[in-house]
Write a protein that binds this ligand. Structure first.
Ligand code: R5P
Length: 296
């Protein structure tokens, strides 16, 4: 096995390769002055399983270098090319919301399945689909961050009450709360537009002496979290801790959330960000290894 970092993924790749005791691949991946991508592999990849670590936040610019790396490795005799995308993009575009729209999660899955022989990812946004295999045709492994999040909260937060901002989040929040042995409640969310979100809060009065811990899979514009924080404040709760699996943080979202009256913002290291405090490299390495064994 040889593990390559696509640009921006160096830190996580180093940790994963360390856990796997695997060789780290050397490659030059850069842009020509005209914006086209250049890929050159320096390491020997013949007959090896090439693992490509590439989180797919802001995916459009990442896809071609990734595709070229995979094709080059195969050209050089790699036994297989396996994608580790801790954050998998386009999962939220899983239906036609308005006439004329494409179901881009399917098209994206077709593209990836065309050049990666396996896929490992963390908590993909499975909402209207029950499994990744409905759209990805390659063997895949889906990792849950719940245990790592529970551990972090248990180690760092006194008397937590977990709060999910919407029905979709119940799957994460309930598991995290159960593992931490703490209560949880889930709110109801209505999204009116990209940056227009409304949230209703159930009776939280009985948790007034707890620390609210908001948990969601993705923090993108942060409107969902900010709206929830506002309601908790009105309900007289302590300032919450916000935990997201994937630190997407579009535009000024991170600053907006930090200024919304929260205690702290914490994320997993699926997308490199200063809020990363929960390291998933051990579970990623373990599952990559398992998937490879089955695939070999
Ligand atoms: C969507 O349903 C997800 O689970 C998140 O709640 C959502 O992506 C968060 O988006 P934003 O930060 O833009 O409100």
């Amino acid at each position: 096995m040889i593990v390559f970092a696509l640009p921006g993924n160096e830190e996580l790749t180093k940790k994963i390769a360390g856990h796997l005791k695997a060789e780290k691949g050397e490659a030059t991946i850069r842009q020509f002055p005209d914006g086209e991508s250049y890929v050159q592999i320096h390491s020997e990849v013949k007959d090896k399983c090439v693992v490509m670590v590439c989180t797919l936040h802001e995916p459009d610019a990442k896809l071609l270098p990734l595709y070229f790396l995979s094709k080059t490795a195969k050209e050089l005799g790699a036994a297989c090319t396996c994608l580790v995308a801790p954050y998998l993009a386009y999962m939220r575009q899983d239906k036609q919301f308005n006439p004329g729209e494409g179901i881009t999660s399917t098209y994206f899955a077709e593209l990836i399945s065309g050049f990666a022989e396996t896929l490992t990812t963390v908590d993909p946004h499975l909402h209207r689909r029950s499994s990744l295999s409905e759209i990805y045709t390659v063997p895949n492994k889906l990792i849950h961050a719940a245990s790592h999040i529970s551990k972090w909260v248990s180690d760092n937060i006194e008397k937590p009450v977990f709060i999910g901002p919407d029905g979709e989040s119940e799957q994460w929040v309930s598991q995290v709360a159960e593992e931490a042995g703490a209560p949880f409640t889930v709110l109801e969310k209505v999204r009116h537009g990209d940056r227009d979100v409304e949230v209703s809060v159930p009776d939280v009065a009985k948790y007034k002496d707890h620390t609210p811990v908001l948990v969601d899979d993705i923090i993108s514009t942060a409107r969902t979290m900010i709206e929830t924080v506002g309601h908790l404040k009105k309900a007289g709760m302590h300032p919450p801790v916000c935990v997201g699996v994937h630190a997407v943080f579009a535009g000024s979202a991170y600053a907006d959330l930090k200024n919304a009256g929260v205690q702290q913002v914490v994320t997993c290291n699926t997308i490199p960000h200063e809020s990363n405090q929960i390291d998933l490299s051990d579970i990623l390495a373990k599952e990559i290894n398992q998937l490879m064994k089955h695939h070999a």
